[in-house]
Design a protein around this ligand. Structure first.
Ligand SMILES: [Zn+2]
Length: 218
């Protein structure tokens, strides 16, 4: 039997760590193949260096984070951080959708994880909207789940079916992967408590120590 395949499509390389790092580590431990596609490397957050140097650094950092979690492959589409919606329009919406569909055909994922359409970050919404379009056009057969990135408060309209993954045994790995983004260290250190709090609250609600929660949109 072929191992189950997971495809993660998100705006920035750290979205997946924050939103589902524990789940990635858990799934990898179960032998699942996990492929990620990032629209941008989040190079905007660091003002001290040239953007191209930061992008390169962040590429290696996300490879390292991926290694820690045990994921299979990453791909970086090179769209500018903070301007993903504009870049999608420039490159052509249909072309970008085709690119995503090609990946889906290549990997045949059982599950796709992506950003949420009601996320407060415009980059996250831009990526989520592309996937939602493909769902509306009935071009995606796989189950699709969305995750939140920074919010502790619940997203709107979450009457959708939930997927709760108990990540108690993998929370440490998630933090380790998060810390692998060394170029972001100062920014990230301020946020670790948020990850801790969110995963801990989700864990408590679902009778575990830590948990990550996803909503099924397809
Ligand atoms: Zn992001």
């Amino acid at each position: 039997m072929q191992p189950e395949t997971i495809l993660i499509i998100c705006a920035h390389n750290d979205d997946q760590i924050i939103g589902m790092g524990g789940t990635i580590a858990k799934y990898a431990g179960q032998g699942k193949k996990i492929h990620s596609m990032f629209f941008s490397l989040g190079e905007l957050h660091v003002a001290l260096f040239r953007k191209d140097i930061i992008a390169k650094k962040r590429y290696y950092e996300s490879k390292k984070a991926d290694q820690i979690l045990g994921a299979t492959s990453i791909e970086y589409l090179g769209l500018p951080d903070g301007k993903i919606a504009e870049a999608i329009s420039e490159r052509g919406r249909e072309q970008m959708k085709q690119l995503i569909l090609q990946k889906i055909v290549q990997f045949k994922p059982e599950k796709i994880f992506t950003n949420a359409t009601d996320d407060s970050h415009p980059d996250h919404r831009a990526v989520a909207k592309l996937i939602q379009d493909l769902i509306d056009e009935k071009k995606i057969q796989s189950d699709v789940y969305v995750f939140e990135v920074w919010h502790i408060a619940k997203l709107k309209d979450r009457h959708l079916p939930k997927l709760v993954v108990d990540t108690s045994d993998f929370f440490k790995k998630k933090i380790e992967a998060f810390k692998a983004h060394k170029s972001q260290k100062l920014v990230y250190l301020q946020f670790i408590w948020k990850i801790y709090l969110k995963d801990r609250l989700n864990g408590k609600k679902h009778k575990g120590k830590y948990a990550e929660v996803f909503y099924k949109v397809n």
